[in-house]
Design a protein around this ligand. Sequence first.
Ligand SMILES: Nc1ncnc2c1ncn2[C@@H]1O[C@H](COP(=O)(O)OP(=O)(O)OP(=O)(O)O)[C@@H](O)[C@H]1O
Ligand SMILES: [Mg+2]
Length: 258
Amino acid sequence: MSADVVEVTSVVKRVLDGRERRTVLDGVSFSLARGDMAVVRGPSGSGKTTLLAIVGAMLTPTSGEVRLDGEPTSRLREAHRAEVRRRKVGFLFQDLQLIDAMTAVENVTLPRVPDGLTHADVARAQELLERLGVGALASSLAKALSGGERQRVALARAMMNDPLLLVLDEPTAHLDDERAADVASRIEELGGEGRAVLVSTHDPRLTSRLSAARFFELAGGRLHERDAKAGDATSGDAKAADATSGDATSGDATSGAP
Ligand SMILES: Nc1ncnc2c1ncn2[C@@H]1O[C@H](COP(=O)(O)OP(=O)(O)OP(=O)(O)O)[C@@H](O)[C@H]1O
Ligand SMILES: [Mg+2]
């Protein structure tokens, strides 16, 4: 049993690129504990979205293992994996994936629909939208919103189930400077709430704010954790995994759905 929120071991992902098989992730290992905020950086095409999708149980690795709150999501059948994902993961997609024909508040409450929507759910969605500065747009159709407004609605949706693991793929990509600073400080707060947060970004407006974060670089299919003090990349896979494995005090790994 482990107190880690996620434990990623030797993950390899190969994809078919036309006729060629390409290795996008080539033996990635790391783990995140409650309260951890991790930032993954890397050039376009380096595999950040692929890694986040695997960690968030959206996608399975070609080999290797992912454990989410102790459950081996990489080995579960899709229906079971989807259930674990829905209960434990909040995901902000790089392309947002809002449903245009639904209102902002309907988009935010979507993760609650399988359990049957309650008035409390709608009130929570409204509150999340307000905290992100788009409360007045709750009844607007998603298709009528600006890029920055859509991004904040998608962030509210990722928070709807109060997830143990929050995965944010380029969360400031569509924001102007003022909104990016705003969203960056919200993300910083979200990390302090007993969950793990995994963020991919190229955006210095975001990374400069996340002073408490662990920084990882993805290049050539390998993930390296940057040593915050030394300021350069350590050859990180195993070390990154070790860094949290000694800490068994940070919560109950067996706790189930809220
Ligand atoms: N299902 C797939 N089929 C074929 N190729 C894929 C698939 N998924 C990802 N790839 C390829 O894997 C590589 C990594 O893609 P990914 O989207 O993870 O990169 P990224 O680091 O998120 O890039 P960006 O910064 O542009 O978002 C790319 O070359 C992409 O074309
Ligand atoms: Mg991406």
